[in-house]
Design a binder for this molecule. Sequence first.
Ligand SMILES: Cc1ncc(COP(=O)(O)O)c(C=O)c1O
Length: 401
Amino acid sequence: MDELLAKVQSLDAQYTMQTYKRLPVAFTRGSGTRLWDSAGREYLDMVGGLGVTVLGHCHPAVTEAICEQAARLVHTTNLYYVEPQAELAQLLVEKTFPGSRCFFANSGAEANEGAMKLARKYHFTRGGGRDKIVCLLGSFHGRTLATMSATGQPSKWQPFSPVMPGFAHVPVNDVGALERAVDAHTAAVVLEPIQGEGGIRPLSDKYLQAARAACDSTGALLITDEVQSGMGRTGTFYAAQVSGVVPDVITVAKGLANGVPAAAFLARGEFGEVLAPGDHGTTFGGGFLACAAALATVRTVLEQDLAGNAGRVGGTLASRLKSMVGAVPGVSEVRGRGLMLAVQLESDVARRVVELGLEKGVIFNDVSPSAVRMLPALTLSEEDAMKAADVLEEVLRGTDL
Ligand SMILES: Cc1ncc(COP(=O)(O)O)c(C=O)c1O
């Protein structure tokens, strides 16, 4: 084992809370879809920092924006005007809900918290505070107390109970259950158009449309959490677009600034006017560095039509992966859209698949014990997509599994 990795592992073991099951590798350099570890070994990165590095590692436009901004001014807070924040707001709002407004936060969880606060205040100011937020089983919305309570995976909240009151969970793609749960007490429905941490599980168009209709008939807000599925990852800028459904609030984070922590929630029409001075705030959110990086990222995604590339390359990759179902032992299903994909296995060997992939120079993620996830850069070439699929097949056919 190389010295740097040994040193980092020993420091980590002694000084950090042991909340992560890390793989035995320390990356020291990245470029595009490639990472290099502390021993100088090259890897094809099919995880992209968990769907964050949409432009690939160290994209020149983002590096330049960060360096230029860091040399000029890094932080002043929202007590004052912040030029790149205002420009980013214009770009995102015009792309999302023209004529509306957004708020900048630092993480996906914070964006979701803000969106849910907005929904509650909307009903509060209309004279009827509503005490219920409807979420989906299998969902993931973050690790704060409220977003953890919204998350439809008991394993994420059980040790930290009691959860916050007021969250109801309904099964994915069950229109009847959703319609029964959404009523005059519902402040909002919160859903991921494609569940990410839940194992890459797309909601049907019919279900998204039913969620919109249930919100319209009860006055609840529809909040789509596009933290993982947004920024072009699924072939369109937002995953919900293909269903024709227009939500009231959209949350984004991960891919927004290509790795610099940044998040936002955008609210349509009258919902953009709900939060007033003193209602919500953040010390770091919308800072110079994050917004400069996000401006460079979003402009590049749009100018180079990276959503289009994600759709095309992701489609080819998905076809190749689907050809393994029934042909490669242990592969039962392929889920997802664009470059947000998961290969479902028949047994709990996903971690072993990831370890063997790493040994062969391709980085995958075990989103569950039995599913392998891919969230690579949206710049991925077809050649690299095929390379990843070939290595996955080799691992799955191998005798080491
Ligand atoms: C859909 C979704 N929402 C929210 C979050 C939480 O984001 P963060 O880890 O930035 O707080 C995640 C993280 O994986 C996510 O996938």
